[in-house]
Design a protein around this ligand. Structure first.
Ligand SMILES: Cc1ncc(COP(=O)(O)O)c(C=O)c1O
Length: 348
């Protein structure tokens, strides 16, 4: 908001060329801190989808190759690859899930073969909250010379991620979910092991390594991840997201994770008390703070979500016919209790 006010008041007099040049840096620094990687390995964009599209064109899987993912994925995790696959004649292979939206990791691994060029997964699936072991998929991808591209939009800010030890080649996250930013900013980690070979799908004046040396006849990409930054963005969204990420780092991502899981435990307890079936995988290896519940026969999750919001000011979402509860650091145990008291009244 400070940034928007300054821009409205003074335009480029306050947000000058230097400020614009360095406008991504606070968020790059904050995200590097959260992912325990170098600032050079982070770039900033306007949305997860935009960054994923640029990465997909940079990798550009060719005719005869395949891209492996899951049917349970958020569409934006897969569509950028669908587009490139359609253009090049590559194949997109999606592992199926069961009635509880659970994808057996073995079913994903079994789709990988010597023609796989990319394995792309949503670290935590948006509907069920199922979490994948990134190291396992990185090893499986690398064993056939493929890359692991991770959409961490439903995990970054909730699950501790060490970019290097995860083995992922690319990690992208939007800012407006667990990172608690606003719309209009996203981050990506590009592993230094693949960065210099990547020619981004989206280019603009900012793609040249000296952004104010404006000459269209040549372009030298920066050597680091900032080669994926190509244009002006809503810098206020990026600066706000930087503050939000810093806040998570100051609390400590391990503390956030433990807090969120403790609340998820309360959600599980509450669901058991009301006899609601829990769709999400709740094993230590696969769980997250997203807990999805099946409503009793004949009860619409959408109607329940709407009434919880209108009548109790409790915000949960209806996804894939399930009630998705996703408590985070702004929530308390008492609030989870309030949710189940409200649900008990609504369901009776
Ligand atoms: C896993 C996942 N990826 C991507 C997105 C969308 O991100 P963006 O709007 O930044 O493209 C979402 C939004 O719900 C999501 O859940």
């Amino acid at each position: 908001m400070d940034w928007s006010d300054a821009l409205a008041r003074g335009g480029a007099a306050e947000f000058d060329g230097d400020a614009e040049k360095n406008g991504m840096m606070p968020l790059r620094r904050a995200a590097a801190r959260l992912l325990s990687c170098g600032v050079k390995d982070i770039c900033v964009g306007s949305s997860a989808t935009e960054l994923l599209c640029s990465v997909a064109w940079a990798v550009s899987p060719q005719d005869g190759s395949n891209i492996v993912s899951t049917k349970a994925s958020f569409p934006s995790t897969v569509y950028p690859w669908t587009r490139v696959a359609d253009a090049n004649g590559a194949e997109v292979r999606l592992a199926d899930h069961n009635l509880d939206l659970y994808t057996d990791p073995e079913d994903i691994i079994s789709l990988i073969d010597e023609n796989t060029s990319v394995v792309t997964l949503s670290h935590v699936e948006f509907s069920s909250g199922q979490r994948y072991n990134l190291r396992r998929f990185a090893d499986a991808a690398h064993s056939v010379g493929a890359m692991l591209v991770v959409d961490a939009t439903q995990s970054m800010g909730m699950v501790p991620i060490d970019a290097k030890s995860s083995g992922a080649d690319v990690i992208v996250s939007s800012g407006y979910k667990w990172l608690r930013g606003t719309y209009g900013a996203a981050v990506a980690y590009i592993s230094p092991s693949v960065c210099s070979g990547m020619y981004p799908g989206l280019l603009g004046f900012r793609s040249h390594d000296d952004i104010w040396d404006l000459r269209a006849e040549r372009m030298t990409l920066p050597s680091d991840a900032s080669r994926f930054e190509y244009t002006t963005i809503h810098f206020g969204a990026a600066l706000g997201l930087a503050k939000a990420v810093d806040e998570i780092c100051e609390i400590g991502i391990q503390e956030v994770w433990e807090h969120d899981l403790a609340l998820a435990d309360k959600v599980i307890e509450g669901a058991n008390r009301l006899g609601l079936s829990i769709v999400s995988s709740i094993t230590e290896e696969e769980r997250s703070a997203i807990v999805s519940l099946r409503m009793p026969e004949g009860v619409s999750s959408e109607a329940i979500a709407r009434r919880l919001q209108d009548e109790y000011s409790i915000l949960v979402t209806s996804r894939a016919g399930l009630l998705r509860v996703s408590p985070h650091i702004d929530n308390s145990t008492e609030e989870v209790g309030m949710l189940f008291d409200a649900l008990e009244k609504l369901l009776s």
